[in-house]
Design a protein around this ligand. Structure first.
Ligand SMILES: *Cc1c(COP(=O)(O)O)cnc(C)c1O
Length: 385
């Protein structure tokens, strides 16, 4: 009632995605649901309980504040893992609440051990290995140093995982790089084995790696985008089709969970030869029926979609005309019957067989699926249907 747009989350679609992905990966691979970026815009508090209902008991976040959110949303004894940022002050909190975290610097290992000693409770760490992405992770020398330290402090920590991340597993262009990363992982893995330090599991795969390089699945996969019903990119989808015997007509096994909707705020007929909205980016050629939609870049509808984006109004695909404003945009509804104040506008979603996909944003701008979703503000209300 108070918001100019809203998001619907389709629970049946989520269930279908999880069951498809599980059948792909097999029963021996643990499923960690990646819920960073406010669960890719879906809302941690919505997705986490849905996942728990499907017996998912492992969640991956980027930082401590997301971990806190996940802890508060928990209804079961799920594990929470921080894959990125946690500062020394938050380490104690993590140890106290059994939140595990990546370590990729000796400094963090030391700080974690300090926290563990203070609390008399072991810190749960995942050793991140540098395999060729060059973002974070221990290289050979750093790893040896860390293992020596860990060896001496073993009673204060548990090694939950040996992990890495691939630099673009969704694209065949990166094939060699990914293969080299797998080799590098193997080498560092053997170093840890030699040290005799026990660890619980090996995990390396994001959605694309898990789908395209089965060897990367190991003990656990970290699945983000695919659980929400989107392929990492078009190529990943096509590979999957090939794996299903090249049957391109078979239905896409993933279903989009999210829809994003609004309503027409106002309509107006504009004479020919008038500029629409700010500036001079759109000039009418003929009498034009416009509808204003109360969604703009503050709501995550990128300004890059000015004169480019499309939305569905009354089940018809209509173009955004003029610049996307902070809080609204104009669309051309000339010739579309029955458009009035209150008419439904679908920004992401499906109506009458026409689909506005998250991908359609991405093709028009340089934004990825990921970015479009992650930009959806937390304040837009989300309903589970
Ligand atoms: C985001 C992320 C994932 C999940 O990636 P998807 O492509 O969305 O499946 C996995 N691992 C790490 C380290 C990540 O940052």
């Amino acid at each position: 009632m108070f918001h100019s747009s809203f998001i619907e989350l389709n629970k049946a679609a989520y269930q279908q995605n999880i069951s498809f992905l599980r059948s792909r990966f097999g029963p021996d691979v643990r499923f960690s649901a990646v819920i960073k970026g406010n669960a890719y815009g879906h809302g941690i508090e919505n997705i986490l309980p849905m996942a728990e209902e499907l017996d998912i008991r492992h969640f991956s976040v980027f930082c401590a504040d997301e971990a806190l959110k996940a802890l508060n949303a928990r209804t079961a004894d799920s594990e929470i893992m921080i894959m990125g940022m946690i500062d020394d002050a938050a380490l104690e909190w993590a140890v106290e609440h059994d939140v595990s975290f990546y370590v990729f610097e000796l400094e963090r290992v030391k700080a974690a051990v300090e926290a563990a000693k203070k609390l008399r409770k072991p810190a749960r760490m995942h050793i991140e290995l540098e395999t060729g992405m060059y973002r974070t992770g221990f290289n050979r020398e750093e790893l040896q140093e860390a293992l020596d330290f860990i060896s001496d402090e073993r009673q204060h920590l548990t090694i939950e995982g040996l992990c890495t991340h691939f630099a673009g597993a969704e694209s065949v262009t990166n094939y060699l790089r990914v293969k080299n990363q797998m080799k590098a992982y193997g080498k560092l893995h053997r170093m840890v084995d030699k040290s005799g330090i026990p660890y619980r599991m090996c995990h390396t795969a994001c959605s694309a790696a898990a789908l395209r390089y089965p060897k990367t699945r190991m003990d656990m996969v970290r699945i983000g985008i695919a659980q929400y019903g989107l392929w990492p990119n078009r190529e990943t989808y096509l590979f999957d089709v090939v794996e299903r015997n090249g049957d391109e007509t078979s239905e896409n096994p993933l279903r989009r969970v999210i829809s994003w909707k609004s309503r027409v705020m106002s309509t107006k007929t504009v004479p020919p030869n008038r500029f629409i909205g700010y500036g001079t980016t759109y000039l009418t050629n003929h009498a034009t029926d416009i509808a204003t939609v109360p969604v703009g870049y503050t709501h995550g509808f990128s300004r890059n979609l000015s004169n480019l984006g499309r939305v569905l109004v009354n089940g018809r695909r209509v173009p955004v005309i003029g610049l996307v404003n902070m809080n609204m945009m104009m669309v051309d509804v000339t010739g579309i019957e029955g458009v009035e104040k209150g008419s439904e506008v679908i920004i992401i979603g499906e109506k009458g067989g026409i689909d506005m996909t998250v991908g359609s944003f991405s093709e028009l701008t340089n934004m990825l699926n990921y970015e479009t979703l992650a930009r959806l503000p937390e304040k837009i209300p989300r309903y589970i249907i």
